[in-house]
Design a protein around this ligand. Structure first.
Ligand SMILES: Cc1cc2nc3c(=O)[nH]c(=O)nc-3n(C[C@H](O)[C@H](O)[C@H](O)COP(=O)(O)OP(=O)(O)OC[C@H]3O[C@@H](n4cnc5c(N)ncnc54)[C@H](O)[C@@H]3O)c2cc1C
Length: 409
């Protein structure tokens, strides 16, 4: 059990999962230290979707009004085109939550906001420029973490170490936890196109002959995701940047001039899509959450959302035993038990979409027509609420426990 000078919980990784967990535990009065290997939260685009269920968590925590003062765009509906046919796919406007839309916000704004709120709590510590490099074990139990800082290496001991260090998690590798690789037939190329004043600011998915382009409206630009078959970046590059610009002009129907913003391949970032999950998320004194426990496909943009939901579940389950100094293997097992089901179901939906919709679209030679399900959704718009619920609220929605909301440990 940690003495009064040590954190009761040390969280490696200041992404959505790690920072949210740190904040919630500290709000319940647990001494928690979050380690982030970077000096700040500024990164390239890497998941800017704040889903309705995450907005509802912010509401439950009494943070929503201040949070929504940060610049963001609202996505109330997701539409697009299948071939030449315009379609509406998702309608969030009927969800049973306060904020019925996805907020598009740079992830660093989201993280800076949580970090600033957490910094107000006396039991919260955030160490930037602090990289967790190894686990410290006593017998078969993790008792701390080795940390690299600009001032040198140090050991931080804690009752529980949580790996929230993302899909390339070093700590889960050190723990030797087995990974189930589920696979994905695609990769994604991310880039921006300028938005013009006349653009209608809808988020849209454009399915065509051999392509899928998703475009998120970000005010003065479009954040674009162009899906390519797995491992085919070298082939795309071999065709040359001009051919790529032509592909995007065709898919987006934007005038050719806008494509000049894709000046070189440096403007195009590859997301190697990975779908995997740990078979077991924990061992004595150690737990993985967020992408470290399960890398998600970008379909539906649910990675941030699941990471936050994991954090809420982990805080609800662990805060009291951590505070009491009684936390044990069974508590850690309960976190996996709670979160494995939504992870499995969400990944199963993503894999079904990958295999039945996206994979086939990428090999089409002619413009597709909307499938029956989508045609029915246009005829009976009430059906658009079904994907909205799955996407917007997730499979097993978490709520912040009252004792955390109220700051009672
Ligand atoms: C290009 C791209 C686009 C994406 N688009 C979307 C999207 O639109 N919507 C969506 O929901 N999701 C999206 N995702 C996925 C989403 O970003 C992740 O699912 C989500 O951020 C997971 O949160 P996390 O906290 O588990 O991990 P991460 O966000 O990966 O955070 C991990 C943190 O740990 C830090 N870290 C890593 N190793 C260490 C260490 N050893 N010690 C200390 N700190 C460490 C990292 O610097 C990082 O800050 C995208 C991802 C990428 C890469």
């Amino acid at each position: 059990m940690a003495d009064g000078s040590q954190p009761q919980c040390c969280v490696a990784g200041g992404g959505p999962a790690g920072l949210m967990l740190g904040y919630l535990l500290a709000r319940a009065g647990v001494r928690v230290t979050v380690l982030e290997k970077h000096a700040d939260f500024l990164r390239d685009f890497r998941g800017d979707t704040v889903h309705p269920s995450t907005l509802e968590i912010m509401f439950e925590l009494g943070l929503i009004d201040r949070f929504l003062k940060l610049p963001h765009q609202k996505v109330e509906r997701v539409g697009g085109k299948v071939g030449e046919t315009p379609v509406t796919i998702v309608d969030f406007s009927h969800l049973p939550v306060r904020e019925k839309y996805i907020a598009l916000m740079p992830q660093w704004d989201f993280l800076n906001f949580i970090a600033a709120e957490a910094a107000k709590l006396p039991t919260f510590t955030l160490l930037m420029n602090a990289e967790a490099t190894d686990l410290i074990e006593r017998g078969d139990t993790v008792v701390g973490v080795r940390v690299k800082t600009p001032e040198g290496d140090r050991d931080i001991m804690a009752d529980v170490v949580v790996a929230a260090d993302g899909r390339g998690s070093k700590l889960r590798e050190r723990a030797g936890l087995a990974i189930e690789d589920i696979g994905a037939p695609m990769d994604v190329l991310w880039f921006r196109l300028p938005a013009l004043a006349a653009d209608v600011g809808d988020t849209k998915a454009l399915f065509g002959a051999g392509y899928l382009l998703v475009m998120l409206f970000r005010g003065d630009y479009w954040q674009c995701a162009y899906v390519i078959p797995k491992g085919s970046l070298a082939d795309v590059k071999a065709e040359g940047i001009e051919a790529f610009r032509n592909r995007i002009a065709l898919a987006s129907s934007f005038e050719r001039l806008r494509m000049d913003t894709i000046a070189s391949w440096d403007d195009v970032k590859l997301l190697t899509v990975r779908v995997d999950r740990l078979l077991q998320w924990y061992q004595k004194g150690f737990l993985c959450i967020g992408d470290a426990a399960h890398a998600m496909s970008p379909i539906g943009g649910v990675g941030v959302n699941l990471a936050v939901q994991d954090a809420v579940a982990a805080a609800n389950i662990l805060a009291k035993p951590l505070k009491a100094g009684t936390v044990g293997l069974e508590d850690l097992r309960q976190v996996q038990k709670r979160r494995m089901f939504p992870t499995r179901v969400t990944q199963a939906i993503q894999v079904a979409a990958q295999n039945n919709i996206i994979g086939p679209t990428l090999s089409l030679r002619e413009q597709p027509k909307p499938p029956l399900a989508l045609r029915l959704m246009q005829r009976f718009p009430v059906l658009q609420r079904i994907p909205a619920r799955v996407l917007g609220l997730g499979v097993r929605r978490e709520h912040v426990a009252d004792f955390i909301r109220e700051g009672r440990g």
